[in-house]
Design a protein around this ligand. Structure first.
Ligand SMILES: N[C@@H](CCC(=O)N[C@@H](CS)C(=O)NCC(=O)O)C(=O)O
Length: 210
């Protein structure tokens, strides 16, 4: 199976990070191509791959799969042995729901705390809509842990697609120095110690000096 992942800057592209972590979880061999975002020719370059003009994109033997959630489900189907979703059906439903909620919501968090791996400063004052999203995120993570049949350190025991989807949130919480409960601080640290994330993080920080 030939898989080619098109991503944005590792420093800034939170949706690209999700797809890359999903590929790492799947244990899939893949090649990677980066298109620098926010450049005069970014849209034109992305349009050569997909009419969405967005990253991530996964080129597969079945065509180009656009959108992080669709890529996650494509990998789940292609690599069933990797168990990308939790094994338990109720936990799996919760994990899928959490990813869908992330994908279609949390705009207060996403708009006010843009993803930037190199940031290390609080946001003062924290806008009310961002604070509300932070509190809702903590509740959602607690719902995931409560539904899990396995014990951490990830949301559903071992790493799943849910963690691929929430890794960029962990980055936002850490880089904006958001105060966290002990459980959420431990989860953020788990993401930062995840080898697949660490490799992306290192490469992203190296983009700063280029
Ligand atoms: N819902 C999409 C969102 C993709 C998205 O918005 N990607 C941003 C980068 S993180 C992008 O490609 N922006 C295009 C641009 O900046 O020109 C997904 O889940 O993949």
């Amino acid at each position: 199976m030939s898989l080619h992942l098109i991503i944005g800057d590792k420093l800034y592209s939170s949706w690209s990070l999700r797809a890359a972590l999903a590929l790492e979880l799947a244990g899939a061999a893949y090649s990677e191509e980066r298109v620098k975002l926010n450049q005069p020719d970014t849209r034109e370059r992305l349009l050569k791959f997909s009419a969405t003009a967005k990253v991530p994109l996964l080129q597969t033997e079945h065509g180009v799969v656009a959108d992080s959630l669709a890529i996650a489900e494509y990998l789940n189907e292609s690599f069933p042995q990797a168990q990308l979703w939790p094994a338990d059906k109720a936990a799996r439903a919760q994990a899928r729901s959490a990813c869908a909620q992330m994908h279609s919501g949390f705009f207060g968090l996403r708009a006010n705390l843009p993803f930037d791996l190199s940031r290390n400063a609080p946001l003062v004052p924290m806008p009310a809509e961002a604070q509300a999203d932070i509190e809702r995120m903590a509740a959602l993570w607690a719902e995931c842990r409560a539904q899990s049949t396995e014990v951490g350190p990830f949301l559903f025991g071992g790493a799943t697609l849910a963690d691929a989807f929430f890794a960029p949130v962990a980055v936002r919480l850490r880089t904006y120095q958001v105060p966290l409960s002990a459980a959420d601080a431990a989860y953020v640290e788990t993401i930062y110690q995840w080898p697949a994330f660490m490799a992306w993080h290192k490469a992203g920080l190296e983009e700063v000096v280029r």
